[in-house]
Design a protein around this ligand. Structure first.
Ligand code: NAD
Length: 482
């Protein structure tokens, strides 16, 4: 018998308390060995003026148990509230979001009867760094940050998951035909790490056609790993096309912490009526038991749940005349699952989680290759609306710096000087690229000198980006049309 494992539990808002109670009852009946520390999160906490929706004292519990089972919460309308999920993920370093998306045909209506896809989404980086700036009247910017350690951790997690769950293939989605450096790094890291798993097939799709194929023929996919934004969108698409987002759970995994939840929200209109389907949260809880090494209880709970689905005992959201047999409330659904404990589904594929725990990654260490970094130029961004690209080129051409010369001006990434196309629409946001003159070595002070010259011309510079080579390889993209 397993020793009881302490976990932190939040009952959340809306339908949260009902579905959490139902899920915990089912997990306990399956033999889960859990002790609970209850914390409060969500609406009431936000309304007390705590912008992250979680009390400082709750972190103590999370640090203590390192495992968080979380019901959905309601984010109050209006500004000033920070996403609790993003805060928890980032604070605890939950870099992997794992979302199994499975069809339960013919018991839940779906256009895709054969579907068993696991989306492994990078959870901390990409556009979700939330670094945004308004730079000019017309232009706003959001920084997309992708790190080599971030890519290594998530891609390795996807392959380790595939290995632990006996999956045959890992697919990677990126848009590296456009974002050659950021998404390029993700794809390159995928190719490197895939070589360490010769028994698992690997493939890469550009995310647009990959997404189309996933929505059209999900039966052709197994495990899919992707950067944060694509993963956010496509994991909802994948869950929806199984027949219902209400049936999906998700795990958020880090090196020392993990959080498990349903993917749906707090459905406030259904709250307190014993109507909600606890399945998403339950399936998140089953992922939790596997993570905690309680494979027997996870197996029992999941098989009993599938048997209940097969027996047509359904909550209102998936109830269908003809297929379903009995419409039940949250409590009665949990009772039905508990009654079937020890049984296996007859048609759906029974699970066995023995040996499925993904090995907890030991403290990740980035192996530096100490690349030689060389400053070779600078992009100076301007807020300017006083003329044509050629006017700006002529103005900046007046700068006579001994080490740097103007090589290009672009607007929204498209080269507009020299030799721009007259048709290109220009905003008030200009990138002016200065590069090292033949044979000149650059230093930071040269950048400052260029900025002083730009300022002397009366131009409003809004930011700079250094152009560096790493071991001789350019660490920057060319202008479109350059
Ligand atoms: P929602 O997921 O709560 O509801 C969408 C629809 O699905 C509604 O019709 C709802 O009744 C139904 N539904 C959802 N879960 C169900 C269940 N278990 N059983 C039966 N029906 C279910 O999304 P929403 O309405 O956009 O958001 C409501 C609140 O939830 C918002 O405050 C939002 O910020 C929050 N939210 C929280 C989380 C989270 O805590 N992880 C995630 C998403 C949304």
């Amino acid at each position: 018998m397993n020793q009881k494992k302490k976990i932190t539990v939040a009952y959340g808002d809306g339908i949260g308390p009902e579905i959490m109670q139902a899920s915990l009852r089912i997990l306990e009946a399956a033999g889960a060995q859990l002790d609970y520390e209850k914390i409060e999160i969500g609406e009431a906490v936000y309304k007390r003026g705590i912008s992250a929706g979680i009390e400082p004292s709750a972190w103590e519990s999370l640090r203590n148990t390192r495992c968080f089972y979380k019901a959905p919460i309601t984010t109050p309308q209006g500004g000033g509230f920070k996403s609790l999920n993003v805060t928890v993920r980032k604070t605890l370093g939950l870099y992997a979001n794992v979302r199994p998306c499975v069809s339960y045909h013919p018991f839940v209506k779906t256009k895709h009867p054969v579907m068993d896809v696991v989306i492994v989404r990078e959870n901390e980086e990409d556009l979700y760094a939330g670094i945004e700036h308004r730079q000019t009247e017309q232009v706003y910017q959001c920084l997309k940050l992708i790190s080599k350690p971030g890519c290594e951790k998530i891609v390795r997690y996807a392959f380790e998951y595939a290995k632990a769950y006996n999956r045959k293939r890992v697919t990677c989605f990126t848009k590296d035909n456009i974002m050659k450096l950021t998404d390029g790094l993700f794809h390159k890291t995928f190719d490197e790490i895939a070589k360490e798993y010769p028994d698992i097939e690997n493939e890469h799709w550009i995310v647009d056609i990959g997404a189309a194929k996933l929505a059209d023929s999900p039966e052709n996919f197994d495990v899919i790993v992707m950067p944060n934004l694509y993963g956010d969108i496509l994991s909802d698409v994948a869950a929806q096309i199984t027949g219902s987002v209400g049936l999906a759970g998700s795990a958020n995994i880090g090196e020392g912490f993990a959080m498990f939840e349903a993917i749906h929200g707090s459905a406030p209109r259904r709250a307190g009526q014993n109507l909600a389907n606890p399945s998403g949260l339950l399936l998140g809880g089953i992922q939790m038991l596997v993570h905690l090494g309680q494979a027997d209880a996870a197996t029992q709970a999941h098989n009993a749940w599938m048997k209940t689905m097969e027996d047509g005992i359904h909550t209102y959201d998936i109830f269908q005349e003809g297929t379903s047999k009995q419409k039940v409330g949250t409590k009665e659904f949990a009772d039905a699952v508990i009654e079937r404990m020890g049984q296996k589904p007859a048609q759906l594929k029974a699970v066995n989680y023995q040996g499925s725990s993904v090995p907890a990654s030991t403290a990740y260490q980035f192996k530096s290759t100490s690349p030689k970094k060389e400053l070779v130029g600078v992009d100076v961004f301007l807020d300017w609306k006083s003329g044509t690209p050629n006017d700006l080129g002529a103005m900046l051409g007046k700068i006579q710096h001994e080490s740097l010369k103007l090589s290009m001006i672009s607007n929204r990434g498209v080269k507009v000087w020299p030799d721009g196309a007259a048709e290109t629409f220009c905003t008030d946001h200009w990138r002016c690229r200065f590069v090292a003159r033949e044979g000149k070595k650059l230093a930071h002070k040269n950048v400052i000198e260029i900025l002083a010259e730009v300022e002397a011309l009366g131009l409003d510079f809004i930011k700079t980006e250094h152009l560096c080579n790493f071991d001789g390889e350019p660490g920057y993209s060319l202008g479109q049309g350059q």
